[in-house]
Design a binder for this molecule. Structure first.
Ligand code: ADP
Length: 459
């Protein structure tokens, strides 16, 4: 790579050292290679600037932000990105909040960010765009004459062909992606959905090895399953809990659920599955507590308010039905907990219940595996609909919609002999190590930089 690496993501860590796998990985990539990280500013403005604003804290690379107005936050971010593209990609077209104002704001912000990028990018630079907030960026850059390599990594699932049809901007959608040089997706299943959707387009043509021709442009589609910094997470998990583990576990076995409160995460179906297990439990079976840690997310979006009510009423009903004087079967914490607490909690748990209805990858599954004691590991119960299921085949894979199947998996996990738990954990840990977050970043950039430059120049 000869030129500068420019990373664009909606969030950029400001103040303090970065935490969280992806943010740390990007930070380390940029620290090693130098470059520029661009994200949205923390504070809203009345009139957004037409130039990027440098900020402090890059440590060996530069950081800059673009402005958003409060209306753009509502329409571009909460609106089009999170109430249109998010449900679309998570196969929930019933939740699409279609509003021309959202689409206009999304187009406007992307065009403005592209103009600011075009002011600073050189042909030999590489631009790495993250996620669904910026799908049109490459097309906007091409309109401005930018020939530098531009790659997109989509962290969430690629939508189904029939779902794309529900998008008023469905025709543009295909042009947006085709303007990239590389479209990176989480799984082979995502790649298959992407290729299938282009195959059905009159001007789409599939070539060999995931290359797609569309309306004269050619671009590459490939899967790069994201991972975590397994070593760092293990080290965090091995530190003793500041809380007394006996208090957390009481005299019950511990099942852990950890997710943002999002309808894609399948929390109600998980609670129902646990409820079915409670219902079928024999009088002498062990007690178990489901500890569900769920920070609220996108709280002003109606679909998120609805899921919060659904979870709270389900938990209340089941606790009312099954609690005893000295045991509450479900504990719901509607807050984030620090990673230093979360990691040892994973290690304490007998089971992680990871049951999304749709999920790009699901890093909680990988974190849980990294955190286990290999001598006495817990069991991962994983939805077939999580991207992670494509690699983590030694988990107990379940259909998240089927409460009986989830309940049976819980029972099987509790009964699983130590040898089997160890063998499954060993295989899963291998997957976590093989998909390290640092290799992920390097292999995406490697692939992007092997694509021929659009101006035909070498390098
Ligand atoms: P998503 O990106 O859709 O939220 P992932 O499973 O891929 O889902 O990543 C979630 C990240 O957020 C993980 O690193 C996880 O540890 C963290 N996280 C999720 N829930 C909590 C919580 N309650 N407290 C602290 N961290 C959390």
């Amino acid at each position: 790579m000869t030129g500068r690496l420019i990373v664009l993501s909606n969030r950029i860590p400001t103040g303090g050292p970065p935490s969280g796998g992806l943010v740390v990985a990007i930070h380390e990539l940029l620290a090693a290679r130098g470059g520029l990280w661009i994200g949205s500013a923390d504070e809203f403005v009345e009139v957004p600037s037409e130039t990027l604003r440098p900020i402090e804290g890059g440590e060996g690379y530069d950081k800059a932000v673009f402005d958003l107005t409060e209306a753009e936050h509502e329409e571009f971010y909460l609106g089009y990105a999170n109430s249109v593209l998010w449900p679309l990609c998570h196969h929930r077209t019933d939740l699409l909040a279609l509003d021309r104002q959202y689409a206009d704001s999304y187009a406007g912000v992307n065009a403005r960010v592209a103009r600011m990028l075009a002011q600073i990018v050189e042909p030999e630079d590489t631009i790495w765009v993250h996620d669904y907030h910026f799908l049109p960026i490459a097309l906007e850059l091409r309109k401005l004459g930018v020939t530098a390599r531009v790659g997109l990594f989509l962290h969430i699932p690629f939508p189904n062909l029939h779902d794309i049809e529900a998008l008023p901007e469905r025709d543009q959608f295909y042009f947006w992606l085709a303007a990239y040089d590389l479209v990176g997706l989480q799984t082979q299943a995502d790649v298959a959905r992407c290729l299938e959707s282009y195959r059905t387009q009159p001007s789409g043509e599939l070539m060999l090895n995931g290359r797609v021709k569309f309306d004269g442009d050619a671009f590459q589609v490939r899967s790069f399953p994201i991972g975590i910094d397994g070593k760092a997470f293990k080290a965090l998990a091995e530190k003793p809990l500041t809380h007394d583990p006996a208090h957390i576990r009481a005299d019950a076995r511990l099942i852990l659920g950890v997710d943002r409160l999002d309808y894609s995460k399948g929390i109600p179906n998980r609670v129902r599955g646990f409820g079915t297990w409670l219902e079928k439990r024999k009088p002498d079976s062990p007690r178990a507590t489901l500890l569900q840690i769920t920070p609220p997310s996108r709280e002003t979006v109606p679909a998120y308010q609805a899921i919060a009510h659904e979870v709270e009423s389900l938990v209340g009903r089941l606790n009312g039905q099954y609690s005893e004087l000295d045991w509450t079967p479900i504990r719901l914490i509607e807050r984030a907990v620090p990673r230093e607490t979360l990691a040892p909690l994973y290690r304490q748990a007998d089971i992680a219940l990871v049951t999304p209805l749709a999920d790009g990858m699901n890093l909680v599954a990988k974190e849980f595996v990294a955190a286990q004691d290999p001598e006495d590991p817990g069991v991962l119960i994983l939805s077939q609909s999580a991207g992670a299921a494509e690699q983590m085949t030694e988990a107990l894979i379940v259909n998240p919609h089927d409460a009986e199947e989830v309940a049976d998996a819980i029972e099987r996990a509790f009964m699983m002999p130590l040898d089997e738990r160890r063998a499954r954990h060993e295989a899963l840990l291998q997957v976590v190590q093989d998909t390290d977050i640092f290799d992920w970043g390097a292999s995406f950039l490697d692939c992007l930089n092997r694509v021929e430059r659009r101006d035909g120049m070498p390098g």
